[in-house]
Design a protein around this ligand. Structure first.
Ligand code: LLP
Length: 385
């Protein structure tokens, strides 16, 4: 959707700020995921953490994807949205007992286990229910994702997964546990990865790990590569769907797949980022001494990515066609970090103009907070407004 193709009259009538979701773009993205993953028989589990809005989740569930969850709350949200339990995977370094029990009670597809101690607790809790939990070991592959440090997960110093050097010990312990069954291995090296060489390196490492495991007599039924495919936040003229074709092709080309082996992915951002926009209103245009500020009624409470990761989101004044001027676009929150962009080129802004913060469908609504006693924003959908 280009600037100017928003249904401005309808948006103008809604109380700002709010999230606006382009349902057709979401469907087009899902069609692409299904087609491209389907070419190779790959399974896609949508990473619920990227956007857990119930409507969005139910659309994704209707399209037949599985769900990747990282908390009991996400498992519940996935089940409520219609994801079948046998397509739910559950990762996370700190699963509480009630969360593990929830997974066990619902017979989810598998727990992605992040440590030796967690494995023992799952075994204990499963034994108490006379069940055998399916587990995949999340292995920290020590592969650099070449992305922002705060969203890198696959390096030694990160808290995630089992270190390669400790894998042997974990496998030895696992052999003695009666109530867990090893069904796979799991990886996730980071997010917003646009350099395909990171994924290539991951596959090469996974091939090596599989050989080591086979040398120990262990055959792996499921390999899960996690998520991480980045999107193009800069998109000057269009909102591209990420290149799922190139992405899955990397795995197809390089993975030494074993007969009957199932390959899984956990895309989050790449599925939902482009379909969401945060719509906000200009409250004031403030002429500072050296700067002009466009002060919005949305702040980092509605979109924390710029403040937290220095992330870029394209900002457009969708109410104005006047000549472009430079603004620092800021929110109302009492923190200096509440800045969406500095020296942003915006069509001349006036009080009341609608401002679109693009590509906010992933890690936007779901990371909203009520700081400063603000209300959580509402969401509207292109097919129902
Ligand atoms: N699987 C696991 C185990 C994960 O930890 C994540 C994301 C994903 C899948 C999905 O990754 P994606 O396809 O969305 O890159 N709030 C940050 C991103 C945090 C990502 C956390 N884990 C941001 O706004 O950039």
């Amino acid at each position: 959707m280009l600037k100017g193709t928003f249904p401005i009259d309808k948006l103008k009538a809604l109380p700002t700020p709010f999230y606006y979701y382009d349902v057709k773009l979401l469907q087009d993205t899902l069609d692409m995921v299904k087609n491209e993953a389907g070419k190779y028989g790959y399974h896609a589990h949508y990473a619920v953490k990227a956007n857990a809005n119930p409507r969005i989740l139910s659309i994704i569930a209707e399209n037949g994807l599985g769900a990747d969850c990282v908390s009991g709350g996400e498992v519940k949200a996935a089940l409520d949205a219609g994801f079948p339990a046998d397509k739910i995977v559950f990762a996370g370094v700190g699963k509480a007992d009630w969360e593990i029990n929830l997974g066990l009670d619902n017979d989810i597809f598998c727990f992605n286990v992040e440590s030796a101690v967690e494995l023992e607790i799952i075994d204990e809790l499963a034994a108490a229910k006379n069940k055998v939990a399916s587990v995949a070991l999340r292995i920290n592959p020590e592969v650099d994702a070449h992305t922002h440090a705060k969203i890198t997960t696959g390096m030694k110093e990160n808290k995630f997964g089992i270190n390669l050097s400790q894998l042997g010990q974990v496998l030895d312990n696992l052999a003695n546990l009666k109530n867990v069954k090893l069904i796979g291995i799991h990886f996730h090296i980071g997010s917003q990865i646009t350099d395909m060489s990171a994924f290539r390196n991951l596959v090469i490492r996974v091939n090596e790990i599989q050989e080591d495991l086979e040398a120990r007599g262990i055959r792996i039924e499921n390999v899960n590569f996690g998520g991480g495919l980045g999107i193009d936040y800069y998109h000057p003229n269009h909102l591209p769907i990420p290149a799922f074709d190139n992405y899955f092709a990397v795995f197809n080309k390089l993975l030494k797949i074993r007969p009957g082996q199932q390959v899984h992915f956990e895309p989050g951002r790449s599925v939902v980022a482009q379909c969401g926009t945060l719509i906000s209103k200009v409250l004031y245009v403030k002429e500072g001494e050296t700067k002009k500020f466009a002060i919005l009624d949305a702040g980092f409470t509605e979109l924390i990515r710029p403040a937290m990761y220095d992330a870029y989101h394209r900002i457009e004044n969708i109410s104005s066609d006047e000549d472009v001027e430079l603004y620092d676009v800021v929110g109302p929150i009492c923190e200096s970090s509440d800045v969406f962009g500095k020296d942003v080129e915006l069509n001349k802004a006036h009080r009341g103009d609608l401002i679109a913060l693009r590509s906010a469908g992933a890690y936007g609504e779901v990371m909203a907070s009520q700081y400063n006693c603000r209300q959580l924003p509402k969401a509207y959908y292109s097919d129902t407004i």
